[in-house]
Write a protein that binds this ligand. Structure first.
Ligand SMILES: *[C@@H]1O[C@H](CO)[C@@H](O)[C@H](O)[C@H]1NC(C)=O
Ligand SMILES: *[C@@H]1O[C@H](CO)[C@@H](O)[C@H](O)[C@H]1NC(C)=O
Ligand SMILES: *[C@@H]1O[C@H](CO)[C@@H](O)[C@H](O)[C@H]1NC(C)=O
Ligand SMILES: *[C@@H]1O[C@H](CO)[C@@H](O)[C@H](O)[C@H]1NC(C)=O
Length: 276
């Protein structure tokens, strides 16, 4: 009875496996673009090969020794996660300050994208950038009406709380110290407020970045998620790609790096695989 039961289970498993393999192999002929880097899946609109994915994300991701890197004009970042359901990426770089360390010297990348790419990528609204040790001449403190600083809390995260991090003890910061007429030691901003986090241009020594995934509210800076959370969105509706995939094709783009193409195994189409 046992043996029969086991055989029955194996047969069921075999059929189940077949049921998965058949549609998968049917799809594989076309999808030559999906790939992996370490344990991260690279799928539309991203790709590692030129010609695959959406042109807005061309020359963006690179896989080096199974580490996925993201490259934009402000520098290179490690990709910790790609969340396809929420259309977001999480980035990190070694010169970004966290709760444990503050990296001085203005070496941090910050975040700035090429103008042509900006419609496709932007830090989420619940991402705070904390700019540290900015000079009094910084554009941050100039030209705001009524001398209003752009500094503010973003999604409950800001400098007041960030000062509670161990990294500040190492710098000898005293939470009760009141700065006089000088600039604040730390200024928290949303990306939207200044459009580019460039430490050179802003004359800042360091920066940190943290994000909150609503509705989760984490108490205290030790519990914040440090990293840059970037939203990606393919402009307009992506009818081209859905039409292409619906006919068994894989979405890509032509050698001009602009025009979308549907790759249909033996040929490329400018619409979908049902119409050459
Ligand atoms: C990928 O691997 C890293 C460690 O190498 C781990 O921290 C992370 O959670 C893994 N991610 C996924 C999506 O499995
Ligand atoms: C289709 O387009 C891709 C991406 O531009 C290219 O790599 C490939 O060679 C093309 N295939 C054909 C059959 O023209
Ligand atoms: C940052 O600002 C400096 C000085 O204004 C400029 O030379 C540099 O190109 C900027 N970097 C980026 C990535 O925009
Ligand atoms: C930011 O939040 C902290 C703690 O909740 C508070 O003390 C501080 O006044 C807030 N700052 C601003 C600019 O709202």
């Amino acid at each position: 009875m046992r043996a029969t039961g086991a055989t029955h289970i194996s047969a069921t498993l075999f059929l189940l496996t077949l049921a998965f393999i058949i549609p998968l192999s049917y799809g594989i002929h076309a999808n030559t673009c999906r790939s992996y880097c370490g344990n991260i899946t690279i799928d539309y609109p991203f790709a590692l090969q030129y010609g695959c994915g959406h042109p807005g994300y061309r020359d963006l991701l690179f896989c080096m020794n199974e580490v996925l890197m993201f490259h934009i004009s402000s520098g290179s970042y490690r990709v910790l996660e790609i969340d396809y359901a929420y259309q977001a990426l999480t980035l990190h770089e070694p010169h970004m300050s966290t709760c444990d360390t503050i990296v001085l010297g203005g070496r941090g990348n910050g975040f700035a994208v090429e103008p042509w790419r900006s419609p496709y990528l932007s830090p989420i609204a619940d991402n705070v950038f904390m700019l540290i040790g900015c000079s009094a001449r910084s554009p941050l403190f100039q030209g705001f009406p009524g001398k209003h600083l752009p500094c503010r809390n973003v999604s409950g995260m800001g400098c007041e709380e960030y000062f509670g991090c161990p990294a500040w003890d190492l710098l000898g910061h005293r939470v009760d110290s009141k700065y006089g007429s000088g600039p604040p030691e730390c200024c928290a901003v949303s990306f939207e407020a200044i459009k580019a986090i460039n430490l050179t241009k802003l004359e800042c020594e360091a920066y940190s970045s943290a994000y909150s995934l609503a509705p989760l509210k984490v108490d205290g800076p030790g519990g914040w998620s440090y990293g840059i959370r970037v939203k990606y969105s393919v402009q307009g509706n992506d009818d081209f790609c859905s039409g292409c995939e619906a006919t068994g094709g894989t979405c890509g783009y032509g050698t001009d790096g602009i025009r979308q193409l549907c790759m249909c195994g033996g040929f490329n189409s400018t619409s979908n695989c049902d119409s050459g």
